[in-house]
Write a protein that binds this ligand. Structure first.
Ligand SMILES: CC(C)(COP(=O)(O)OP(=O)(O)OC[C@H]1O[C@@H](n2cnc3c(N)ncnc32)[C@H](O)[C@@H]1OP(=O)(O)O)[C@@H](O)C(=O)NCCC(=O)NCCS
Length: 248
């Protein structure tokens, strides 16, 4: 891995920014609603028009506990989530989430991903870098192996960035997990996640020592998203339609 900036000398864009506070125990989760993003790939040559609907549903302990337990115990997930626990512990984990909003993500009706969104100010991460009040974050995983490398995870990524950066009509009225910059903190060794995030417009701003891991801190601004989306849409989709709300 290339050398990362020392967190004691953050890039100029972070100079003078004071970290926001963190009191996760006082934070209530907002009432979440399901939402979806529809991606269309235009017909080219012999390839027909294809449409993929990515849907995010608030995770429910009773309905999704077993599914999430299954995914948390998959070999490609265990090293990075470390939640290879019995079902009752996964249920308790989900039931105990406060500032993290859990989502189950489907592609055309088939569940394949689990995502947690949060406001950084509510998370202990805020104490580890010059966080801004409008930073929001995500954690994610793709469960079924057949979805890895399929391109669907990338659509999941685009959909959640659009959601958290406020490009969806579902967030037009404001949402606590909607902000100007999306942050993630993958394990510093998780090079697949780093590459995945870079494709979506994230860039690394440094490594940080968190209680459970050394992490690479990555950020994606609204402009990064727009620039990367425009570059990427020829490889993924010629158009994103999110209830008619996004116009790259
Ligand atoms: C991280 C994850 C969402 C990425 O989805 P994915 O479908 O596997 O992503 P891709 O196959 O498109 O790979 C993304 C990039 O990593 C590269 N890559 C694939 N395998 C890799 C590996 N073992 N090491 C490094 N890079 C790798 C790909 O070539 C691709 O780069 P490119 O777009 O420049 O070609 C998925 O692998 C996953 O859920 N992993 C387990 C959970 C996890 O790590 N979550 C993150 C916790 S913070």
């Amino acid at each position: 891995m290339t050398a990362q900036p020392n967190p004691r000398s953050w890039p100029a864009e972070h100079a003078g920014v004071t970290a926001v506070g963190s009191r996760p125990e006082t934070v209530d989760r907002p009432t979440p609603r399901a939402w979806s993003a529809i991606f269309r790939r235009e017909a080219t040559g012999d390839a027909p028009l294809t449409t993929t609907r990515i849907e995010a549903e608030p995770a429910d302990v009773d309905r999704h506990g077993e599914l999430i337990h299954d995914w948390m115990n998959r070999a490609h997930v265990v090293p990075w989530w470390e939640l290879d626990k019995p079902l009752d512990e996964i249920r308790a984990y989900l039931a105990g989430l406060t500032h993290l909003q859990p989502w189950v993500v489907s592609a055309d009706g088939t569940p394949f991903g689990y995502v947690e969104t949060y406001r950084v100010a509510d998370d202990p991460l805020a104490g580890h870098y010059p966080a801004r009040p409008t930073d929001v974050g995500w954690h994610l995983l793709v469960g079924p192996e057949r979805f890895l490398g399929s391109g669907m995870p990338r659509l999941l990524g685009w959909a959640f960035l659009a959601y958290q950066l406020g490009f969806l009509t579902t967030t037009a009225g404001g949402h606590p997990h909607h902000g100007d910059r999306v942050v993630c903190e993958p394990d510093a060794r998780n090079s697949r996640m780093h590459a995945f995030c870079r494709r979506l417009g994230f860039h690394a701003i440094g490594e940080v020592d968190l209680p459970d891991k050394r992490a690479l801190l990555m950020v994606c601004h609204r402009l990064d998203f727009m620039a990367r989306w425009t570059d990427d849409r020829h490889t993924i989709s010629d158009q994103i339609r999110v209830q008619g709300a996004i116009t790259p």
